[in-house]
Design a protein around this ligand. Sequence first.
Ligand SMILES: Nc1nc2c(ncn2[C@@H]2O[C@H](COP(=O)(O)OP(=O)(O)O)[C@@H](O)[C@H]2O)c(=O)[nH]1
Ligand SMILES: [Mg+2]
Length: 329
Amino acid sequence: MGFFSKNIKESKDNSDSGLNSGLNTSLNKGLQKTKENVFGKLARTIAGKSRVDDSVLDDLEEILVSSDVGVETTLKIIKRIEQRIERDKYVETNELKNVLREEIAALLLDNKADEMDDFELPTASKPYVIMVVGVNGVGKTTTIGKLAHKFKQRGKKVFLGAADTFRAAAVEQICIWGERIGVDVVKQRMGADPASVAFDTLSSAVANKADVVIIDTAGRLHNKTGLMNELTKIKNVMKKVVPTAPDEVLLVLDGSTGQNAYNQANEFSKATEITALAITKLDGTAKGGVVIGISDQLQIPVKYIGIGEGLDDLQVFRKRTFVDSLFDN
Ligand SMILES: Nc1nc2c(ncn2[C@@H]2O[C@H](COP(=O)(O)OP(=O)(O)O)[C@@H](O)[C@H]2O)c(=O)[nH]1
Ligand SMILES: [Mg+2]
């Protein structure tokens, strides 16, 4: 059950507060390109055919792989449809879209990774500390801004830490977000030790009785050992202030990079323990299938999805809602 009151008015962000409702206009819109890609091809494949046969399944396989669902997950989906054909004797092509929707939803729900109803925070740790990692440009800082906004809307006191000290612009950017949404940002000068920024942030957060702390980091992945050392150092320093920190290590992945997002998830998992994923930039890309593959294949829950650059363009990832949106006309 959510920690936050469910009846907080969400102004215009349409974050789908009806729990099981498949109606999620901004997500529907965000996934438009992916839909056009998948269903456009699907329509051409089944044109003039009445039943789903091997050649339709072959084409479907290609369509799913080319939509970045990933080979492994695609094969699982095809297998499920084959089993269905065996069971029902045949599947009409005009049923294929529905069958596909059901099988993908069932497949995702098989993976028992937790799902949240809303932007929730466990009450046990205060402050709840989220360390955000990911390569440069994937949308870390933007996601932090959006997330801070959600938490603030729900009455939480939020502190942000500008521990991406690698570029001056990065520090500036998170400060702009902080001003925009009205939350405190702890920073030092560019080039400062990220661990020291994290330490300062947690100290201020504790002194000010903050509910949640979100730490931005630099995403330099050119060298795994370097990355690992840096992230470990930040974590260890945080523990000096809040022994349980970080409560969450959120890896941000750029959904529009498709297959690359899988690789980044693997690389980062080797460098540090990742506890949650955010997949961004699902708007404006035809590669939205990547969410299906990642959610199926990784043991790490996809917690958030980014569907635009605006303050309200972040949603909690819910499997059923996502699949329904994907298949909504
Ligand atoms: N269209 C779109 N753009 C996004 C999304 N999330 C982030 N961006 C953009 O991606 C770019 C890089 O984001 P930034 O937060 O600076 O990435 P960082 O380097 O990982 O911190 C910016 O131009 C953001 O506006 C999203 O969900 N959709
Ligand atoms: Mg950044």
